[in-house]
Design a protein around this ligand. Sequence first.
Ligand SMILES: Cc1ncc(C[n+]2csc(CCOP(=O)(O)OP(=O)(O)O)c2C)c(N)n1
Length: 688
Amino acid sequence: MALCFDEPFFFLIFEYSFKVNQSMPTTEESMLYKKGNLTNDTLISLYKKMLKPRMIEEKMLILLRQGKISKWFGGIGQEAIAVGVTSALTKDEYVLPMHRNLGVFTTREIPLYRLFSQWQGKANGFTNGRDRSFHFGTQEFNIVGMISHLGPQLGVASGIALANKLKENKHACAVFTGEGGTSEGDFHEALNVASVWSLPVLFCIENNGYGLSTPTSEQYNCEHLADRGKGYGMESHVIDGNNILEVYTKVSELADSIRENPRPILLEFKTFRMRGHEEASGTKYVPKELMDRWAAKDPIDMYRNFLMFEGLLTTQIDEVFRKEISTEINENLQRAFDEDKITSTKSKELNDVYQDSVYKEVNPNEKKENIRFVDAVSEGLKQSMEKHDDLIIMGQDVAEYGGVFKITNEFINHFGKERVRNTPICESAIVSAAYGLSVNGMKAVMEMQFADFVSSGFNPIVNLLAKSHYRWNQNADVVVRMPCGAGVGAGPFHSQTNEAWFTKTPGLKVVYPAFPYDAKGLLTSAINDPNPVLFFEHKALYRSIYQDVPTDYYTLPLGKASLLKEGTDITIITYGSAVHWALDTLAKNPEITADLIDLRSLQPLDTEAIYTSVKKTGKAIILQEDSLFGSISSDISAMIMENCFEYLDGPVKRVASMETPIPFDQGLEQQYLPKNEFEAALKEVLEY
Ligand SMILES: Cc1ncc(C[n+]2csc(CCOP(=O)(O)OP(=O)(O)O)c2C)c(N)n1
């Protein structure tokens, strides 16, 4: 039953309260609450909103003991924060909770049976049984759930806030982290980006005393985490996280303020974790006095006292509220328990890893220009920016400077600084922000200055972007451009071709063109594709390879190899700069007639092109620039053995770089690369 103060029910409460108040002492806690001009309706509704997650949790603890649910991360004692913050936002504003923020989900009024189904891994949940507890999001309720790695959540909020700011929709956004999570680099990166870009986001730290078993004294060395705001040039506040009115009033005021005047604010809510990190782990390491002290500050008990003192609540009415919630919990739980266990098929699971993308072929026009690889990438990117108004480019030095390879030269003159964004040096936050843009309906291309530096943004790529669609049906419309490769004397940190780090990860697409024509057409398609794409651009090809390329916009399909040469002796499978080594070798040895396959995409991989050719020639050699072990050539070799064994007239050969880091000295680098070994290896297989 919803409580409304112009209904007769109100008078009933009032009567009761009046009587109760006669005998109720003034409590110290009551003095803590400042109701300002909040209506009685709001005061009561905040109470009920806190009561619900508390009662759900109490029920969960019983179910846990009965072995009916698995892990549980308790937020008992912290409800005022999730409830207060969520109540201060409008329902169309995004909120990004963590593992103790049940109050976010209940305040957004997600039907409880859906939450219970989620926790039981059932179909009425949000992840089709694919992810657990609070690791889910829902666009229906504008909630973006966490990934286990904690920190990336903050960068996602920066991306969502960026989209809000660009859309000028005057939306605020709130993201949560524990104080433990603030030690991650992602925290620093996300706050710094949000500050530099004046993004309307509330960064909410729930400082609950412990990160698993680690007390705050071993987590950070400053008095208040909010003090760090100063270092980011950011307004910050310390808030009593157990006082619902302080949380709600302060956050409402700040949310209003950032809607009008976009900027990030850091909020530190002081509270305490009253249960174990997760239920099974207990709280032995927490001193009893500390527990007792905080138990006396329970946000719900204190607030109840206050409401009673104010004459807005009585034990009888409290009982009515509890009964209502209890009935709602029990009915919804029964519904979730009655729901069948989830079933699926392998093909459904595989289909859901990527969002369906319909390839729209746009044919090149007649007019062509002879341009370099680097120009083709630039053209594809520029024409995509013209085509998609919601496409944002982010990267280090990409704006006025035009990027270190000048791919985005003069882009700001055409598209402005809002869409061509210089970023601080913070790959992880920018990948996360790119995901946030996508969650909020925009598209992003991020330029890694060098592919090597993707290691600093690795976590959000393989955990956030790659798993998102499978986990909660949320696509990640992000292209990460990867200037890569050796042969330019750049040493171990500017020469890697690290595609194998990503081809291993389901959920990512990996594209690796070898020619200007392919680079332009595949880049436009990668940008059209709603899935995350790692787009490799070999630096040594940038200014050395020319081709006639259509001047207008066109697309090429991802996942289709190109048969560069046809022959009968052998199949050569390769990609990237190694395509050119193979071409050189064949030019030098005209007597060899080979099928030369340029893969162009590594994920999806055109296995049909490979098998068709190998079945025809009976021999296969795979040439790549990457070092051998654990690389794509190993998989292709195994796949040929498994699918074409009866057609083979010799062993499949792999030719790849040495198992060392990439040396700087040009002589050493040439020795490292397999270019000069390919000819001999090819002849060896041919003679077999
Ligand atoms: C990157 C990463 N390292 C370690 C963990 C394991 N872990 C999960 S929660 C947690 C403690 C988090 O503490 P805090 O951020 O303070 O949040 P709280 O659990 O106290 O709410 C740890 C260490 C993790 N999930 N991710």
